[in-house]
Design a binder for this molecule. Structure first.
Ligand SMILES: Nc1ncnc2c1ncn2[C@@H]1O[C@H](COP(=O)(O)OP(=O)(O)OP(=O)(O)O)[C@@H](O)[C@H]1O
Length: 348
């Protein structure tokens, strides 16, 4: 029970939106397709669904080539950003639509709808008009409708991006739990790294129509394949260093990274990899005396103060860093920054 995509290429006119993609999704795996706007994520998902013709390459399910299989016979469930519910029907009728399409006997509809509403956290909503649902509730109904016929693969195209930030975070957590509970195989398209990492087991990073890296979520986050992937995953500063005995020495100070083998290494720093000295943060493993610089910008964020610091090093003029919200720093202040392993990725 697995999807396998080989050499898949999709053109719009002469423009290749997806190029030579190779992708596997194992039984029960949730894979996130992550990439910047315009990288080809939706095109790839639509080609897998059968909604977009491929110029070249194959989409197989359990070894069967799906080229001649139309969308509605692929046994795939689809959820889009805007759930595309039928506005003139109630919640139960929207979900039962999925059951009718797959010839589930009518007598079973009510019980199946009830189970699906339970699953998506909307028990008792059968008779609600879909026009009276909030955005988050509507997406839950769309999900229930896609799950109704028990698809062998669920394809989700930015299902949460129409929702506001707080709700999106909660729904991502709920979606992750729901996909695990139903043991369904799924492909989630998103431009939001946090959403990808919340929901998925594995991630494939797409850029310019090509897959740049694929692997387990944690591995890709901590070990991006190149600077481009690292930047897309929140890295803002790169620094070369030398590892020895579980510690890496760089122009920005020394940091304990026990898993890095001895020799030259390129580190990618997310802003919280550089912290105000003495401010702790994640704490463990913060070593060395760091580097001094002058604050050029300080912006309040929800949980910290985000800094831009001028270092005056030949290879690095400014870096991003964080300080506690209580630090009360302003442009012109001198600070000392230390490296925190928590925000560091090993690149390449
Ligand atoms: N129907 C179309 N005709 C022509 N070009 C298209 C069409 N759909 C998409 N494209 C182009 O193909 C490229 C990939 O688009 P796609 O929608 O797959 O990207 P995406 O990664 O899903 O982006 P977003 O996150 O913004 O939705 C873009 O350059 C886009 O402009």
């Amino acid at each position: 029970m697995s999807l396998s995509v080989r050499d898949l290429t999709v053109h719009y006119g002469s423009f290749a939106a997806v190029r030579d993609v190779r992708l596997d999704i194992a039984d029960g795996e949730v894979l996130a397709l992550l990439g910047p706007s315009g990288s080809g994520k939706s095109t790839l998902l639509r080609a897998i669904a059968g909604l977009e013709p491929a110029t070249r390459g194959t989409v197989n399910w359990d070894g069967e080539d799906l080229a001649a299989v139309p969308v509605h016979r692929r046994g795939f469930g689809l959820v889009f950003q805007d759930g595309q519910l039928f506005g003139h029907r109630d919640v139960a009728a929207n979900i039962a639509f999925g059951l009718r399409m797959h010839r589930v006997p009518r007598a079973e509809h009510a019980a199946r709808v009830r189970r699906l509403l339970d699953l998506v956290g909307l028990a008792g909503y059968e008779r609600r008009r879909v026009t009276e649902l909030s955005g988050g509730q509507a997406q839950r109904v769309a999900l229930a409708r896609a799950l109704a016929p028990e698809p062998r693969l669920l394809l989700l195209d930015e299902p949460l991006s129409g929702l506001d930030a707080g709700l999106r975070e909660q729904l991502a957590i709920d979606l992750a739990a729901l996909l695990r509970r139903s043991k369904i195989t799924a492909l989630l398209v998103t431009h939001d790294q946090e959403e990808a990492f919340t929901v998925a087991d594995g991630v494939a990073v797409l850029d310019g129509g090509e897959i740049r890296q694929e692997g387990a979520v944690r591995r890709v986050w901590q070990g991006p394949a190149d600077d481009g992937v690292a930047r897309f995953l929140g890295v803002t500063t790169f620094v070369d260093g030398v590892a020895s005995g579980g510690s890496v020495r760089t122009a920005l100070g020394e940091v304990a990274l026990p898993e890095v083998g001895d020799g030259p290494v390129r580190l990618g720093l997310r802003p919280h990899a550089l912290r105000l000295a003495g401010s702790g943060g994640a704490g463990s493993g913060v070593t060395g005396f760091g580097v001094a610089g002058e604050v050029t910008a300080a912006v309040h964020r929800r949980e910290h103060l985000r800094l831009v610091v001028a270092l005056g090093l030949p290879e690095m003029s400014t870096v991003d860093a964080v300080a506690p919200v209580t630090a009360d720093l302003r442009p012109g202040d001198t600070v000392r920054l230390t490296l925190d392993p928590d925000g560091i990725a090993v690149v390449g």
